[in-house]
Design a protein around this ligand. Structure first.
Ligand code: EPZ
Length: 420
């Protein structure tokens, strides 16, 4: 298993172009199943999870090619299969996002139930309730969801019991080809939901209200082909800004879509960082100062993103003062806490979702282990700020969500080496 060796002490400085969003590219690739014509998707990040989704599309009979500009060319001309195997779905939960498109286009979908994952049980009950509301029969057989509709999905007025990004995306995709109008209430407002909606609209879908908590989708008979570029990855952008703040450096991000994580930028300003933004760039300058501790509490968009909780905790670990970090979205997203404490962090857990962090002036290198995607990068941030050389094990977690991490960190002046 690959490891990362990080020699701490360097202040991250320099410019970086933000990659395309993983959490937008994955549902958009799944949504391409809905198109009757060829689809070209640009700005797709080169990540393990994207490769898994492309593999899944291939196994469903979709023709997927990468062109010379790394754009993904998708053609469904011969796409007939409706079976998404456990072997693929278990490695990446987002595979379940093919269920809505398959059900909408073929009237049937047989998709393995995604298992839980390190950060929580992550059920898909809202996805299934929504499909049923649109007239689908749902059976659970041997760990697979078998959804089918005798003729065509029917538009429905459906309220989700809780805000779910994937649930909103799956049901929105299904509704694009349903008979009549679908209203999705209590919908997720994340920018990635808006990006999927914009992609579907580019193919001819009729969707109103993306970015609000009520989506109105008027079903059409078919979606055309089309071209689309995936939005910048706001989690990657925020992660590198936090890393620059934790190492008292300065950074400028291009292609950064600052309007998609304004609360994170405000929290970095609260930490004493000089943050400036332009139409598609963000800069952060710490002026070499130690960050101030800042309380964060995760919430659905536009609240503080759960996907940046672990990274911001690492900032608080080396900040001046004490702070509270509350995780409200997932039930087990504090696995980085024990690992950060091995580096010298002072963190007290108050129950499963609240951590009280007391900032320290120095962290010291120690061997640590990555446990999940975003927790892995919180260890990278702490290692960059620690004295000595830290070894981070199981970094396959990082490769799932951060494109060319060593190159990007090295470009910013970090001393990083991958060892097998
Ligand atoms: C998406 O996951 C993201 N993944 C996650 O990013 C992100 O953390 C999450 O949204 C929340 O913003 C992708 O987009 C590929 P949810 P998703 O459905 O859609 C519960 C990363 O690090 N729930 O909004 O699976 C669920 O258990 C990943 O890039 C139900 O109870 O998240 C969770 O507690 C991690 N029933 C909460 O809702 C359901 O039917 C939010 O889950 C669906 C969800």
């Amino acid at each position: 298993m690959d490891k990362l060796l990080i020699k701490g002490g360097a202040q991250l400085r320099g410019n970086l172009r933000v990659s395309g969003s993983k959490n937008s590219a994955l549902p958009i690739l799944a949504a391409s199943l809905l198109a009757d014509g060829p689809v070209t998707i640009g700005n797709v990040p080169h990540l393990h999870d994207v490769t898994t989704m492309i593999e899944l599309l291939g196994c469903l009979g979709v023709s997927v090619l990468l062109d010379e500009k790394m754009r993904v060319q998708v053609s469904n001309a011969d796409q007939r299969a409706v079976y998404a195997p456990y072997e693929l779905v278990k490695t990446m939960r987002a595979s379940f996002l093919v269920a809505g498109p398959l059900l909408a286009r073929h009237g049937v979908a047989e998709v393995s139930l995604p298992g839980g994952c390190a950060i929580g049980s992550r059920p898909v009950d809202q996805h299934l309730k929504g499909f049923a509301a649109m007239g689908a029969q749902i059976e659970l057989v041997d760990g697979y969801v078998k959804a089918s509709v005798p003729t065509r999905l029917q538009g429905a007025d459906f309220t989700m019991d809780l805000v779910t990004v994937g649930g909103t995306q799956n049901l929105m995709m299904a509704a694009t080809l349903a008979q009549g109008q679908t209203i999705l209430r209590n919908a997720a407002r994340e920018p990635e939901v808006v990006d999927v909606a914009n992609f579907l609209i580019a193919l001819g879908a009729k969707i109103e209200g993306a970015g609000t908590s009520t989506l109105v989708i008027d079903g059409v008979d078919a979606l055309n082909g089309g071209d689309y570029n995936v939005m910048p990855d706001r989690v990657e952008a925020g992660t590198y800004l936090i890393a620059a703040a934790a190492t008292r450096g300065r950074i400028k991000l291009q292609h950064a879509a600052p309007q998609t994580y304004t609360l994170v930028l405000d929290k970095l300003r609260e930490a004493g960082m000089d943050v400036q933004t332009g139409p598609d760039w963000v800069s952060l300058d710490s002026h070499g100062k130690q960050p101030k501790a800042v309380d964060i509490e995760t919430a659905e968009y536009p609240g503080f993103p759960t996907d940046m909780q672990a990274q911001f905790m690492a900032l608080n670990v080396v900040a001046q003062g004490a702070s509270r970090v509350v995780e409200n979205i997932f039930e087990n997203r504090f696995m980085h806490v024990q690992e950060l404490m091995r580096l010298g962090a002072q963190i007290e857990l108050e129950g499963p979702s609240t951590a009280v962090v007391t900032g320290v002036d120095e962290l010291h290198a120690a061997p640590v282990m990555a446990t999940d995607l975003r927790a892995s990068f919180s260890l990278v941030i702490a290692a960059l700020a620690a004295q000595g050389t830290t070894q981070i094990d199981r970094i396959y977690h990082i490769d799932r969500g951060y494109e060319t991490i060593e190159e990007k960190l090295t470009q910013l002046g970090a001393v990083v080496q991958r060892i097998s």
